[in-house]
Design a protein around this ligand. Structure first.
Ligand code: G4P
Length: 195
């Protein structure tokens, strides 16, 4: 997505070789016009998938996921990160490792928000190692829903997340795919246009 790539090049900064800070428009201050365009783009891409709900992981996935849910006219589910296991029959949890922060949390969903009729689109801000997205898929499936697709705002293609999700058979669509990251230069994967 051209507009997103331009924002990344203009406002992104790279404190270390594999981390991109986008606080200016996504993680701290939110560019609402950009979020609206992101929502429309995901909605357009997944329009034939009969999406019944959008799900995201707190907290930075919420802005693009909400705009996508609005564009699709469906509800948004926010998967919570709990630090403790909850013992309740209504609650599903998947232990997840944050590789970036080297911590664990229990990704949590209340069963009542997903039924067997649901085709769920998962939206997240970053795809790095894929732990968060694959846990989100697992939770939706444990609840009986179908994962219809995964929309990622920024994919770091040089990290293993994309390959992991592809190998699990999910339909992944990333709006910006970064092939190389360094304090001097940010490079994107070329889009392949097949005629
Ligand atoms: P994963 O999300 O692919 O599983 O990878 P990882 O465990 O490494 O990511 C942990 C957190 O770090 C996630 O946010 C993820 O969005 C974020 N992250 C990963 N790489 C980058 C990066 O290059 N830049 C930025 N800004 N964030 C990155 P989180 O802990 O869930 O936090 P939040 O959603 O509450 O912000």
């Amino acid at each position: 997505m051209k507009l997103l790539e331009e924002k990344i090049l203009k406002y992104g900064n790279v404190p270390t070789e594999d981390v991109l800070k986008v606080d200016y428009f996504l993680n701290h201050q939110v560019d609402t016009v950009l979020m609206q365009e992101i929502g429309k783009e995901f909605a357009e891409h997944f329009k034939y998938k009969n999406i019944t709900k959008v799900a995201t992981i707190e907290s930075s996935g919420i802005a693009p996921a909400l705009m996508t849910a609005i564009a699709l006219g469906v509800e948004l589910i926010i998967l919570k990160k709990q630090s403790d296991k909850v013992l309740s029959e209504d609650i599903l949890q998947v232990k997840t490792k944050s590789f970036t922060k080297n911590t664990y949390y229990d990704l949590t969903l209340s069963k009542k928000y997903i039924s067997t009729d649901d085709n769920v689109l998962i939206i997240d801000d970053f795809l790095a190692n894929g732990a968060a997205a694959s846990s989100a898929c697992k939770l939706i499936e444990m609840a009986g829903g179908t994962v219809a697709g995964i929309g990622i705002v920024i994919e770091k293609s040089f990290q293993p997340g994309r390959e992991l999700l592809d190998n699990l058979g999910f339909d992944v669509y990333s709006l910006a795919r970064i092939s190389k990251l360094s304090p001097e230069k940010i490079e994107f994967l070329e889009e392949l246009h097949i005629c």
